[in-house]
Design a protein around this ligand. Structure first.
Ligand code: SAM
Ligand code: SF4
Ligand code: SF4
Length: 341
């Protein structure tokens, strides 16, 4: 029997953060100079992750996305992927990565059974990459994309967070680049989630703006999204047949169909990207809780879920930073790089 939350939404997918560490410092996610990291001993072991994942599977999850921080920084990640890929209940196993370490990892990821890859790519200009992510690594990311294709990954997605004055002049270049590597680009609106301490309404380029600019260049754009889909990206087609997506979390949120649960690398279950509190699964698990107890914890959490964070933010009139820096500095779980995006 499907487990439903208070708004009738089933639990369908799990975003598994495997580390809070990152090798980039994207301006919309990790703009600060210093961070408080999760204690290493708190990170769930692969065995613990598989145990919890199996429970999510029993409750209705059939899609897992590995994320972070940067998931490729987690040592021996292919071992975890191999364990997850063997699960009969898992229909889709994907990973979101910044691509910096992908060139070396791609063949292994394919060999152990990862189904799909999403690479975050905000610009095709090396100096801009350096300015926006504080590390000069664009060529590594491009090599990673190339290596993933050679390794046999298909259906590659490229995720671009669009911010005004930074990369909103690259929409067409990114669509063309995606086409050249058989990928689909998805433009993400800048969100005011924890970690986005420089967020300002003016920096958001809305879906409407993006569509207008794209149509201006290519001609009429057609919406091809399935109605009532739980996928975050709305899909569009250009007159020449190429497709792209827009994730409009800020201007047109899609909480109504959200089936996503999130698990931080130290085992805290979050019911929404905006949730300020989570359900700690690590402590009970390490204290010897039975599988039944853990299952009940997760089920009760989901059944009590009323979260629709992005929709609630939309009605805040004079909207500024969501979590003040002082609070973020004390509680790493509120950070975007801890909750996995
Ligand atoms: N490090 C990996 C990466 O960047 O692909 C995975 C983790 S990252 C937190 C996951 C996604 O969150 C990325 O695609 C990133 O662009 C997105 N993200 C982070 N901060 C964001 C923000 N303030 N607004 C919108 N998307 C954001
Ligand atoms: Fe950028 Fe992802 Fe790292 Fe955040 S976690 S700084 S989005 S690469
Ligand atoms: Fe789901 Fe929360 Fe995002 Fe809305 S804001 S789509 S409920 S994770």
């Amino acid at each position: 029997m499907a487990v439903l939350d208070t708004l009738g939404r089933p639990i369908g997918s799990l975003r598994l953060s495997v580390t809070d560490r990152c090798n980039l410092r994207c301006h919309y996610c990790m703009p600060e100079d210093e961070y408080l990291w999760l204690p290493r001993e708190d990170l769930l072991t692969f065995e613990e992750i598989i145990t919890v994942s199996d429970i999510f599977g029993e409750l209705g999850v059939d899609r897992i996305r590995l994320t972070g921080g940067e998931p490729l920084l987690r040592r021996n990640l292919p071992v975890l992927i191999e364990g997850l890929a063997a699960k009969p209940w898992l229909r889709d196993l994907a990973m979101t990565t910044n691509g910096v370490l992908l060139a070396e990892a791609a063949a292994d990821l394919k060999r152990v059974g990862l189904h799909r890859l999403t690479v975050s790519l905000d610009t095709l200009q090396p100096d801009r990459f350096q300015r926006l992510a504080r590390i000069n690594a664009l060529s590594d990311v491009l090599e990673g994309i190339d290596a993933s294709r050679r390794a046999g990954f298909t259906g590659l997605k490229l995720d671009t967070v669009v911010t005004r004055g930074d990369n909103d002049d690259e929409l067409i270049d990114l669509i063309e680049f995606a086409r050249s590597v058989d990928a689909e680009v998805r433009f993400i609106e800048y969100m005011d989630v924890g970690g986005a301490t420089s967020w300002k309404k003016d920096a958001v380029v809305t879906r409407k703006d993006m569509l207008a600019r794209i149509a201006d260049h290519y001609g009429p754009v057609t919406s091809i999204s399935e109605p009532e889909s739980s996928a975050p990206a709305a899909q569009f087609r250009l007159p020449d047949g190429a497709t792209f997506g827009i994730i409009s979390s800020t201007s047109q949120p899609f909480c109504r169909t959200c089936d996503r649960s999130r698990l931080t690398a130290d085992g805290v279950l979050l019911l929404c990207l905006y949730a300020q509190h989570g359900i700690d699964l690590r402590r009970p698990m390490r204290a010897g809780a039975s599988r039944e107890t853990l299952t009940n914890l997760i089920r009760a959490g989901w059944e009590g879920r009323a979260d629709r964070g992005a929709e609630e933010r939309l009605i805040v009139g004079d909207r500024g930073t969501y979590i003040p820096l002082k609070k973020l500095k004390k509680e790493p779980h509120l950070e975007m790089h801890t909750r996995g995006g």
